[in-house]
Design a binder for this molecule. Structure first.
Ligand SMILES: *Cc1c(COP(=O)(O)O)cnc(C)c1O
Length: 428
């Protein structure tokens, strides 16, 4: 790994932490980050020529596997016509139509350039629509790095948000209220107190930024009911779950309809894309037709649209794509769970479809507090062992792992299970 080491040494002098997004610095696992040179199918290769089975998939976008030739060709074709025009294009209409067709709760959609932007804009629209300011979010849910969303946990559910980052004025988070994931009472308490001040509840329908935390039966339905009762909007942040759990995202998977939805990651197939959408009466408030301002010089970029459109159409048109992917996920995570159990490693393996996460704890992980009981020292050992044996997992306990359609049981998944089996003796 001498080349990665050398690049990292240079990078830390030039880029904060040597990286352009914090988790890449491997800070939580005390390792030198591997600098990636290329990726193909279920594999990713670093600048020193090491190849790994890839369980990150660019944090989700590579649901078809890395370097899909069909997507590459569509990108090359679009690029050949010009990288950007700053004007309306046919691809944007096609993308909007596709998203509205695929996701029943969406009648109108606006493209942006990241998940962060999608959430920031959706919240502005929710506030504009309701004429209210307060937002309920859940501890441990990540919604990008916009000021109002950088609130983790207050000391209790009744405390108004305290910024989680320097540089965020308290005024920016004073309307951000924190509730506990999978705890409807904590949400109801906030509504009891703030009744008609709450513009929206925003939630990851499957928590995937505190490790993976599944919504318990009735949780999402309960949020829908509370929002309806108080005239607040329900926002599903489907930046990870969108087009991952099913072609309709988590909302299709669980059968709960939000008012607004945010997308990122998969929708751009690896290009920087985000989107937010919902009912027409809400989305009609967005500029230039409505009073909620939101804009983007490169939004709906033609090359990015080509990549996203090609990927979404493949996902839509491949028979049984999600059935197969989710079945592989079920099989793999169940096997992995069994191996850890056989070796008597205390753990909680949460998974749904192709998303999964192992916590090294005796507790059942169902929210932020229980997620935090995981032994991150054991996780770091696990991560390091796997990395050194050709398996590339998230360099943090509190991130998900992602299977793609390119991972096969016979090869990559079986190999990974063997490495995990061998790893267990090191974990005790
Ligand atoms: C990644 C993520 C975001 C932020 O998206 P960026 O493209 O990184 O800005 C927002 N919400 C969720 C649920 C995410 O996983």
């Amino acid at each position: 790994m001498s080349r990665s080491e050398e690049l990292f040494r240079q990078a830390v002098e030039l880029i904060p932490g040597g990286v352009n997004s914090p988790v890449r610095a491997y800070g939580n696992v005390h390792e030198i980050p591997r600098f990636i040179a290329s990726a193909d199918g279920p594999y990713i290769s670093d600048v020193d020529g090491n190849t790994y089975v890839d369980f990150i998939g660019s944090w989700g976008p590579m649901i078809l596997g890395n370097n899909d030739k069909r997507i590459l060709n569509s990108v090359a074709e679009a690029a050949g016509k010009g990288l950007s025009f700053g004007a309306a294009t046919e691809a944007e209409v096609e993308m909007a139509k596709l998203v509205c067709d695929l996701v029943p709760s969406i009648e109108m959609v606006r493209m942006v350039n990241s998940g962060t932007e999608a959430v920031m804009s959706a919240i502005r629209v929710a506030r504009g629509f309701t004429g209210r300011n307060k937002i309920v979010k859940f501890m441990g849910c990540y919604h990008g790095h916009s000021d109002a969303m950088l609130v983790k946990a207050g000391s209790g559910v009744m405390t108004a948000g305290i910024p989680d980052s320097a540089g965020v004025p308290a005024g920016c988070t004073q309307d951000t209220l924190s509730a506990e994931y999978n705890n409807l009472d904590s949400v109801q308490e906030l509504f009891d107190r703030y009744t008609e001040e709450i513009a929206a509840v925003i939630v990851e329908p499957v928590g995937a930024n505190m490790g993976v935390v599944l919504p318990e039966k009735g949780f999402l339905e309960g949020l829908r009911a509370i929002c309806d009762k108080y005239g607040s909007l329900l926002i599903f942040d489907e930046v990870i779950t969108g087009f991952r759990l099913s072609i309709q995202g988590a909302q299709g998977y669980f059968g709960v309809q939000p008012d607004l939805t945010t997308f990122g990651k998969i929708i751009g197939a690896g290009m920087p894309v985000g989107a937010y959408g919902g009912r027409k009466e809400i989305m009609k408030l967005v500029s230039p037709v409505g009073k909620v301002y939101q804009a983007g010089t490169l939004s709906g970029n033609p090359v990015a649209m080509a990549a996203g459109l090609t990927q979404l159409k493949i996902l839509r048109d491949t028979p049984d794509f999600y059935e197969n992917l989710n079945a592989n996920g079920d099989w793999f995570y169940t096997e992995m769970d069994q191996i850890l159990t056989d070796h008597q490693i205390p753990h909680c393996l949460n998974h749904i479809g192709s998303l999964g996460c192992v916590f090294f704890t005796e507790e059942t992980v169902r929210d932020y507090v229980s997620a935090k009981t995981s032994d991150t020292v054991v996780y770091a050992k696990y991560f390091k062992y796997l990395l050194n044996h050709g398996v590339y997992m998230a360099p943090s306990q509190f991130e998900a792992m992602f299977l793609s359609g390119a991972h096969t049981r016979e090869r990559e998944l079986k190999k990974t299970l063997e490495v995990i089996d061998a790893c267990c003796s090191e974990l005790k």
